[in-house]
Design a binder for this molecule. Structure first.
Ligand SMILES: Nc1ncnc2c1ncn2[C@@H]1O[C@H](COP(=O)(O)OP(=O)(O)O)[C@@H](O)[C@H]1O
Ligand SMILES: [Mg+2]
Length: 412
Protein backbone atom coordinates (compact mmCIF):
# COMPACT_ATOMS: atom_id res chain seq x y z
CA UNK A 1 0.00 0.00 0.00
CA UNK A 2 1.34 3.42 -0.89
CA UNK A 3 2.41 5.62 1.99
CA UNK A 4 0.00 8.53 2.35
CA UNK A 5 1.52 11.83 1.29
CA UNK A 6 0.94 13.38 4.71
CA UNK A 7 2.89 10.62 6.42
CA UNK A 8 5.85 11.08 4.12
CA UNK A 9 5.80 14.76 4.97
CA UNK A 10 6.13 14.04 8.66
CA UNK A 11 8.33 10.98 8.53
CA UNK A 12 11.01 11.25 5.87
CA UNK A 13 12.79 8.07 6.96
CA UNK A 14 11.58 4.93 8.59
CA UNK A 15 14.80 4.59 10.60
CA UNK A 16 15.73 7.72 12.48
CA UNK A 17 19.35 8.35 13.38
CA UNK A 18 20.14 4.87 12.02
CA UNK A 19 18.68 3.52 15.21
CA UNK A 20 14.97 4.08 15.78
CA UNK A 21 12.73 2.20 13.38
CA UNK A 22 9.19 3.54 13.05
CA UNK A 23 6.85 0.56 13.04
CA UNK A 24 3.24 1.63 13.56
CA UNK A 25 1.68 4.98 14.03
CA UNK A 26 -0.16 5.15 17.34
CA UNK A 27 -1.59 8.64 17.26
CA UNK A 28 -1.54 11.95 15.44
CA UNK A 29 -1.67 15.02 17.62
CA UNK A 30 -1.45 18.74 17.40
CA UNK A 31 2.33 18.90 17.35
CA UNK A 32 3.22 15.68 15.63
CA UNK A 33 2.81 11.95 15.69
CA UNK A 34 3.48 9.13 18.14
CA UNK A 35 4.84 5.88 16.69
CA UNK A 36 5.40 2.45 18.13
CA UNK A 37 9.06 1.97 17.27
CA UNK A 38 12.07 -0.22 17.79
CA UNK A 39 15.37 0.88 19.23
CA UNK A 40 17.66 -1.21 17.03
CA UNK A 41 20.70 -0.66 19.22
CA UNK A 42 19.13 -1.74 22.49
CA UNK A 43 16.66 -4.08 20.80
CA UNK A 44 13.64 -2.87 22.66
CA UNK A 45 10.36 -1.28 21.77
CA UNK A 46 9.99 2.43 22.36
CA UNK A 47 7.54 5.18 21.49
CA UNK A 48 8.76 7.96 19.22
CA UNK A 49 7.01 11.32 19.34
CA UNK A 50 7.81 13.34 16.24
CA UNK A 51 7.52 17.08 15.93
CA UNK A 52 5.97 18.07 12.66
CA UNK A 53 8.59 19.59 10.36
CA UNK A 54 6.54 22.70 9.76
CA UNK A 55 6.85 23.50 13.47
CA UNK A 56 10.57 22.88 13.74
CA UNK A 57 11.34 26.51 13.01
CA UNK A 58 8.64 27.86 15.25
CA UNK A 59 10.50 28.95 18.34
CA UNK A 60 7.57 28.53 20.71
CA UNK A 61 6.75 25.07 19.44
CA UNK A 62 10.35 24.05 19.59
CA UNK A 63 10.69 25.43 23.10
CA UNK A 64 7.61 23.49 24.13
CA UNK A 65 8.89 20.29 22.58
CA UNK A 66 12.23 20.75 24.30
CA UNK A 67 10.46 21.47 27.55
CA UNK A 68 8.45 18.28 27.25
CA UNK A 69 11.68 16.35 26.98
CA UNK A 70 13.32 18.14 29.86
CA UNK A 71 10.35 18.07 32.19
CA UNK A 72 9.78 14.40 31.61
CA UNK A 73 13.46 13.57 31.86
CA UNK A 74 13.58 15.22 35.26
CA UNK A 75 10.92 12.85 36.55
CA UNK A 76 11.29 9.22 37.37
CA UNK A 77 8.21 7.43 38.60
CA UNK A 78 6.32 4.27 37.68
CA UNK A 79 3.25 6.38 36.92
CA UNK A 80 5.00 8.71 34.50
CA UNK A 81 5.96 7.59 30.98
CA UNK A 82 9.71 7.89 30.97
CA UNK A 83 11.64 9.81 28.33
CA UNK A 84 14.79 8.10 27.03
CA UNK A 85 16.16 10.63 24.59
CA UNK A 86 15.51 13.77 22.61
CA UNK A 87 16.79 14.86 19.20
CA UNK A 88 16.59 18.11 17.35
CA UNK A 89 17.09 17.75 13.61
CA UNK A 90 17.89 20.13 10.83
CA UNK A 91 14.63 21.22 9.19
CA UNK A 92 12.74 19.81 7.43
CA UNK A 93 13.63 16.70 9.39
CA UNK A 94 11.38 16.35 12.43
CA UNK A 95 12.78 16.53 15.93
CA UNK A 96 11.71 13.64 18.09
CA UNK A 97 11.41 12.30 21.60
CA UNK A 98 12.15 8.70 22.49
CA UNK A 99 9.75 7.54 25.17
CA UNK A 100 9.01 4.43 27.14
CA UNK A 101 6.40 2.53 25.14
CA UNK A 102 3.23 2.03 27.13
CA UNK A 103 1.66 -1.09 25.73
CA UNK A 104 -1.98 -0.30 26.19
CA UNK A 105 -4.21 2.62 25.35
CA UNK A 106 -5.07 6.07 26.56
CA UNK A 107 -7.79 6.46 29.17
CA UNK A 108 -9.75 8.38 26.53
CA UNK A 109 -9.83 5.21 24.48
CA UNK A 110 -10.75 3.13 27.53
CA UNK A 111 -13.69 5.43 28.22
CA UNK A 112 -14.91 5.05 24.65
CA UNK A 113 -16.23 1.69 25.85
CA UNK A 114 -18.29 3.35 28.56
CA UNK A 115 -18.03 4.46 32.20
CA UNK A 116 -16.00 2.54 34.75
CA UNK A 117 -17.08 1.13 38.07
CA UNK A 118 -15.96 2.97 41.18
CA UNK A 119 -13.17 0.58 42.08
CA UNK A 120 -11.56 0.75 38.65
CA UNK A 121 -11.98 4.51 38.50
CA UNK A 122 -10.37 4.93 41.92
CA UNK A 123 -7.49 2.68 40.91
CA UNK A 124 -6.80 4.90 37.93
CA UNK A 125 -7.11 8.09 39.96
CA UNK A 126 -4.83 6.71 42.68
CA UNK A 127 -2.10 5.90 40.19
CA UNK A 128 -2.43 9.17 38.30
CA UNK A 129 -2.29 11.03 41.61
CA UNK A 130 0.87 9.16 42.58
CA UNK A 131 2.49 10.24 39.30
CA UNK A 132 1.30 13.79 39.83
CA UNK A 133 2.78 13.79 43.32
CA UNK A 134 6.19 12.98 41.84
CA UNK A 135 5.82 15.80 39.32
CA UNK A 136 4.65 18.30 41.91
CA UNK A 137 7.42 17.31 44.29
CA UNK A 138 9.87 18.12 41.49
CA UNK A 139 8.21 21.50 40.97
CA UNK A 140 6.46 20.50 37.73
CA UNK A 141 2.80 21.31 37.15
CA UNK A 142 1.37 19.26 34.28
CA UNK A 143 -1.39 21.72 33.26
CA UNK A 144 -3.10 19.35 30.84
CA UNK A 145 -4.34 16.38 32.83
CA UNK A 146 -7.04 14.64 30.83
CA UNK A 147 -7.82 11.10 29.66
CA UNK A 148 -5.82 11.49 26.44
CA UNK A 149 -2.71 12.14 28.52
CA UNK A 150 -3.19 9.20 30.87
CA UNK A 151 -1.98 5.95 29.39
CA UNK A 152 -3.30 2.65 30.73
CA UNK A 153 -1.10 -0.35 30.08
CA UNK A 154 -2.46 -3.82 29.42
CA UNK A 155 -1.78 -4.82 33.00
CA UNK A 156 -3.61 -1.78 34.34
CA UNK A 157 -0.70 0.50 35.12
CA UNK A 158 -1.40 4.19 34.59
CA UNK A 159 1.29 6.50 33.22
CA UNK A 160 1.03 10.23 32.77
CA UNK A 161 2.36 11.53 29.48
CA UNK A 162 2.53 14.74 27.47
CA UNK A 163 4.32 17.22 29.66
CA UNK A 164 4.40 19.55 26.66
CA UNK A 165 2.57 22.33 28.40
CA UNK A 166 3.91 21.62 31.85
CA UNK A 167 5.33 24.51 33.82
CA UNK A 168 8.25 24.41 36.16
CA UNK A 169 8.00 26.63 39.19
CA UNK A 170 10.08 29.74 38.64
CA UNK A 171 10.81 28.94 34.99
CA UNK A 172 10.13 31.34 32.17
CA UNK A 173 6.66 31.04 30.70
CA UNK A 174 6.44 29.40 27.34
CA UNK A 175 3.37 31.32 26.37
CA UNK A 176 2.85 34.99 25.92
CA UNK A 177 1.57 37.01 28.81
CA UNK A 178 -2.04 36.37 29.60
CA UNK A 179 -2.15 33.04 27.87
CA UNK A 180 -3.91 30.05 29.29
CA UNK A 181 -3.04 26.58 28.18
CA UNK A 182 -4.82 23.35 28.74
CA UNK A 183 -8.11 21.83 27.68
CA UNK A 184 -11.28 23.73 28.63
CA UNK A 185 -13.22 20.71 29.82
CA UNK A 186 -10.59 20.11 32.52
CA UNK A 187 -9.67 23.71 33.31
CA UNK A 188 -9.75 24.72 36.96
CA UNK A 189 -11.92 27.75 37.77
CA UNK A 190 -9.01 29.83 39.00
CA UNK A 191 -7.21 29.24 35.72
CA UNK A 192 -10.31 30.05 33.70
CA UNK A 193 -10.33 33.32 35.60
CA UNK A 194 -6.72 34.01 34.59
CA UNK A 195 -4.92 32.66 37.64
CA UNK A 196 -1.66 30.77 37.60
CA UNK A 197 -1.38 27.05 37.09
CA UNK A 198 -0.67 25.31 40.37
CA UNK A 199 -0.70 21.73 41.60
CA UNK A 200 -4.25 22.38 42.83
CA UNK A 201 -5.26 22.97 39.20
CA UNK A 202 -3.91 19.53 38.27
CA UNK A 203 -5.99 18.06 41.11
CA UNK A 204 -9.12 19.79 39.83
CA UNK A 205 -8.48 18.30 36.38
CA UNK A 206 -8.02 14.91 38.00
CA UNK A 207 -11.39 15.36 39.71
CA UNK A 208 -12.97 16.05 36.32
CA UNK A 209 -11.30 12.90 34.98
CA UNK A 210 -12.73 10.93 37.91
CA UNK A 211 -16.20 12.31 37.22
CA UNK A 212 -15.81 11.36 33.57
CA UNK A 213 -14.68 7.86 34.48
CA UNK A 214 -17.87 7.31 36.46
CA UNK A 215 -20.37 9.03 34.17
CA UNK A 216 -18.76 8.56 30.76
CA UNK A 217 -18.73 12.27 30.02
CA UNK A 218 -17.16 15.50 31.18
CA UNK A 219 -19.35 17.56 33.51
CA UNK A 220 -19.27 20.66 31.33
CA UNK A 221 -19.14 20.45 27.55
CA UNK A 222 -19.77 22.78 24.66
CA UNK A 223 -18.33 26.08 23.54
CA UNK A 224 -15.02 26.84 25.24
CA UNK A 225 -16.12 30.06 26.89
CA UNK A 226 -19.33 28.53 28.12
CA UNK A 227 -17.31 25.66 29.54
CA UNK A 228 -14.94 28.07 31.29
CA UNK A 229 -17.89 29.95 32.77
CA UNK A 230 -19.44 26.70 33.89
CA UNK A 231 -16.27 25.75 35.74
CA UNK A 232 -16.37 29.12 37.44
CA UNK A 233 -20.01 29.32 38.31
CA UNK A 234 -21.90 26.08 38.02
CA UNK A 235 -22.21 23.24 40.45
CA UNK A 236 -20.93 19.92 39.30
CA UNK A 237 -23.68 17.76 37.84
CA UNK A 238 -24.66 14.87 40.09
CA UNK A 239 -22.90 11.54 39.97
CA UNK A 240 -24.91 8.36 39.43
CA UNK A 241 -26.65 7.24 42.65
CA UNK A 242 -24.63 4.04 42.62
CA UNK A 243 -21.38 5.90 43.28
CA UNK A 244 -20.24 5.25 46.86
CA UNK A 245 -20.38 8.18 49.24
CA UNK A 246 -16.64 8.25 49.83
CA UNK A 247 -15.92 8.38 46.11
CA UNK A 248 -18.43 11.19 45.65
CA UNK A 249 -16.84 13.06 48.54
CA UNK A 250 -13.35 12.74 47.05
CA UNK A 251 -14.54 14.04 43.69
CA UNK A 252 -16.37 16.90 45.40
CA UNK A 253 -13.16 17.83 47.20
CA UNK A 254 -11.06 17.61 44.03
CA UNK A 255 -13.48 19.80 42.09
CA UNK A 256 -13.91 22.44 44.79
CA UNK A 257 -14.11 25.88 43.18
CA UNK A 258 -11.73 27.23 45.80
CA UNK A 259 -8.27 25.70 45.26
CA UNK A 260 -7.50 25.89 48.97
CA UNK A 261 -10.51 23.65 49.66
CA UNK A 262 -9.09 20.85 47.52
CA UNK A 263 -7.01 18.03 48.99
CA UNK A 264 -3.65 19.30 50.27
CA UNK A 265 -1.56 17.20 47.89
CA UNK A 266 -1.67 14.64 45.15
CA UNK A 267 -0.25 12.21 47.67
CA UNK A 268 -3.33 12.73 49.83
CA UNK A 269 -5.52 11.96 46.81
CA UNK A 270 -3.51 8.86 45.98
CA UNK A 271 -3.98 7.50 49.51
CA UNK A 272 -7.70 8.27 49.63
CA UNK A 273 -8.37 6.86 46.17
CA UNK A 274 -6.45 3.69 46.93
CA UNK A 275 -8.43 3.22 50.15
CA UNK A 276 -11.66 3.73 48.23
CA UNK A 277 -10.55 1.27 45.57
CA UNK A 278 -10.18 -1.51 48.09
CA UNK A 279 -12.90 -0.50 50.57
CA UNK A 280 -16.23 -2.23 50.39
CA UNK A 281 -18.51 0.27 48.74
CA UNK A 282 -20.96 1.94 51.05
CA UNK A 283 -24.25 3.12 49.63
CA UNK A 284 -24.45 6.81 48.87
CA UNK A 285 -26.52 9.05 51.07
CA UNK A 286 -25.66 10.11 54.58
CA UNK A 287 -21.92 10.19 54.03
CA UNK A 288 -21.91 12.31 50.91
CA UNK A 289 -21.57 16.00 51.35
CA UNK A 290 -23.71 18.32 49.26
CA UNK A 291 -22.08 19.25 45.97
CA UNK A 292 -22.30 22.94 46.69
CA UNK A 293 -20.31 22.45 49.87
CA UNK A 294 -17.00 23.47 48.40
CA UNK A 295 -18.20 26.68 46.88
CA UNK A 296 -20.12 27.63 49.98
CA UNK A 297 -17.05 26.84 52.06
CA UNK A 298 -14.98 29.16 49.93
CA UNK A 299 -16.24 32.17 51.83
CA UNK A 300 -17.62 35.49 50.65
CA UNK A 301 -14.39 37.02 49.31
CA UNK A 302 -13.61 34.01 47.16
CA UNK A 303 -17.15 33.80 45.88
CA UNK A 304 -17.11 37.51 45.05
CA UNK A 305 -13.81 37.13 43.21
CA UNK A 306 -15.15 34.22 41.23
CA UNK A 307 -18.27 36.14 40.26
CA UNK A 308 -16.21 39.15 39.16
CA UNK A 309 -13.90 36.90 37.19
CA UNK A 310 -16.92 35.30 35.63
CA UNK A 311 -18.27 38.66 34.56
CA UNK A 312 -14.92 39.55 33.00
CA UNK A 313 -14.90 36.29 31.13
CA UNK A 314 -18.47 36.82 30.00
CA UNK A 315 -17.70 40.28 28.66
CA UNK A 316 -14.74 38.94 26.76
CA UNK A 317 -16.98 36.25 25.41
CA UNK A 318 -18.68 38.71 23.09
CA UNK A 319 -15.40 39.54 21.42
CA UNK A 320 -14.47 35.93 21.12
CA UNK A 321 -17.92 35.05 19.87
CA UNK A 322 -17.27 37.50 17.06
CA UNK A 323 -13.96 35.86 16.42
CA UNK A 324 -15.62 32.49 16.59
CA UNK A 325 -17.96 33.36 13.76
CA UNK A 326 -15.14 34.47 11.47
CA UNK A 327 -14.06 32.18 8.67
CA UNK A 328 -11.62 29.53 9.76
CA UNK A 329 -8.92 30.43 7.29
CA UNK A 330 -6.99 33.49 8.15
CA UNK A 331 -8.30 33.47 11.66
CA UNK A 332 -5.57 34.56 13.91
CA UNK A 333 -6.41 33.35 17.41
CA UNK A 334 -6.32 29.67 17.92
CA UNK A 335 -4.83 28.57 14.65
CA UNK A 336 -1.32 28.38 15.89
CA UNK A 337 0.32 25.17 14.73
CA UNK A 338 1.17 23.92 18.15
CA UNK A 339 -2.36 24.18 19.42
CA UNK A 340 -3.36 21.40 21.75
CA UNK A 341 -5.65 18.68 20.61
CA UNK A 342 -8.82 17.85 22.46
CA UNK A 343 -9.62 14.22 23.01
CA UNK A 344 -13.22 14.37 22.07
CA UNK A 345 -15.43 16.47 19.85
CA UNK A 346 -16.53 19.67 21.46
CA UNK A 347 -13.62 19.99 23.83
CA UNK A 348 -11.17 21.66 21.50
CA UNK A 349 -10.58 25.31 22.13
CA UNK A 350 -10.99 27.00 19.75
CA UNK A 351 -13.09 24.99 17.38
CA UNK A 352 -11.29 22.79 14.92
CA UNK A 353 -10.43 24.23 11.54
CA UNK A 354 -9.68 22.46 8.32
CA UNK A 355 -6.11 21.54 7.60
CA UNK A 356 -4.45 19.72 4.75
CA UNK A 357 -2.57 17.28 6.95
CA UNK A 358 -3.62 13.89 8.24
CA UNK A 359 -6.53 13.40 10.49
CA UNK A 360 -5.64 14.36 13.99
CA UNK A 361 -7.19 13.27 17.22
CA UNK A 362 -4.57 13.54 19.91
CA UNK A 363 -5.53 10.09 21.01
CA UNK A 364 -3.72 6.95 20.08
CA UNK A 365 -6.89 5.10 19.42
CA UNK A 366 -8.14 7.46 16.81
CA UNK A 367 -5.17 7.20 14.50
CA UNK A 368 -4.03 3.72 15.24
CA UNK A 369 -2.92 1.68 12.33
CA UNK A 370 -3.46 -1.52 14.31
CA UNK A 371 -4.17 -2.54 17.90
CA UNK A 372 -1.77 -1.13 20.42
CA UNK A 373 -0.83 -4.38 21.97
CA UNK A 374 -0.42 -6.47 18.86
CA UNK A 375 3.03 -7.96 18.60
CA UNK A 376 5.20 -7.60 15.56
CA UNK A 377 7.58 -10.12 14.21
CA UNK A 378 11.15 -8.93 13.83
CA UNK A 379 11.72 -6.96 10.65
CA UNK A 380 14.56 -5.69 8.52
CA UNK A 381 15.86 -2.42 9.88
CA UNK A 382 17.18 -0.61 6.87
CA UNK A 383 14.07 0.14 4.90
CA UNK A 384 14.58 3.49 3.20
CA UNK A 385 11.03 4.67 3.43
CA UNK A 386 8.37 4.59 6.12
CA UNK A 387 6.08 1.66 6.50
CA UNK A 388 2.69 2.03 4.97
CA UNK A 389 -0.06 3.18 7.24
CA UNK A 390 -3.72 3.18 6.42
CA UNK A 391 -5.40 6.52 5.90
CA UNK A 392 -6.37 8.24 9.08
CA UNK A 393 -10.00 8.76 9.94
CA UNK A 394 -11.95 11.95 9.30
CA UNK A 395 -12.30 14.69 10.35
CA UNK A 396 -9.31 16.65 9.15
CA UNK A 397 -6.51 17.46 11.59
CA UNK A 398 -7.14 20.30 13.88
CA UNK A 399 -4.41 21.85 15.93
CA UNK A 400 -6.41 23.33 18.74
CA UNK A 401 -6.79 24.55 22.27
CA UNK A 402 -4.92 27.77 22.15
CA UNK A 403 -6.61 29.45 25.00
CA UNK A 404 -6.52 33.07 25.77
CA UNK A 405 -9.41 34.80 27.34
CA UNK A 406 -8.23 38.05 25.80
CA UNK A 407 -8.39 36.50 22.36
CA UNK A 408 -4.64 36.71 21.84
CA UNK A 409 -3.17 34.10 19.58
CA UNK A 410 -0.79 31.95 21.57
CA UNK A 411 1.33 28.91 21.04
CA UNK A 412 0.52 26.12 23.38
N1 LIG B 1 4.84 6.61 25.59
C1 LIG B 1 3.74 6.27 24.91
N2 LIG B 1 3.42 4.98 24.72
C2 LIG B 1 2.31 4.64 24.04
N3 LIG B 1 1.44 5.54 23.52
C3 LIG B 1 1.71 6.84 23.68
C4 LIG B 1 2.86 7.28 24.38
N4 LIG B 1 2.86 8.63 24.40
C5 LIG B 1 1.77 9.01 23.75
N5 LIG B 1 1.06 7.95 23.31
C6 LIG B 1 -0.19 7.98 22.56
O1 LIG B 1 -0.17 9.12 21.73
C7 LIG B 1 -1.25 9.98 22.08
C8 LIG B 1 -0.79 11.41 21.95
O2 LIG B 1 0.36 11.59 22.75
P1 LIG B 1 0.64 12.97 23.44
O3 LIG B 1 1.99 12.92 24.04
O4 LIG B 1 -0.50 13.29 24.35
O5 LIG B 1 0.67 13.92 22.18
P2 LIG B 1 0.00 15.34 21.90
O6 LIG B 1 1.02 16.32 22.37
O7 LIG B 1 -0.20 15.36 20.43
O8 LIG B 1 -1.27 15.40 22.71
C9 LIG B 1 -1.65 9.58 23.49
O9 LIG B 1 -3.01 9.86 23.77
C10 LIG B 1 -1.39 8.11 23.48
O10 LIG B 1 -2.47 7.43 22.92
MG1 LIG C 1 -1.74 14.86 24.64
Amino acid sequence: MAVPRQVRAVVPESVLKHRYRLDDRIAVGGMGEVWRSTDLALRREVAIKLLRPEYVQDEECLARFRAEGRHTASLSHPNIAQVYDYFEMVPPEPGFLVLELVDGQSLARVLDAGPLDSARAMGIIAQAAAGLQAAHAAGVVHRDIKPGNLLVSRDGQVKITDFGVAQVAGAARLTRTGALVGTPAYLAPERAAGGLATPAGDLYALGIVAHQCLTGRVPFDGEPLAVALAHLQQEMPPLPPSVPAGVAALIADLTAKDPSARPPSAQDVAVRAEQLRTAPSRPPGGGARPRWRCLSRAGAPVRAALVIAGLVVASLGLALATYGSAPAHGRSPGTHPASRQADRPGTAWPRPVASPGPSSTGDASKARSRPHGRRRSSRASSAPSPRPSPPLPAPAPTPSCIINLLGIRVCT
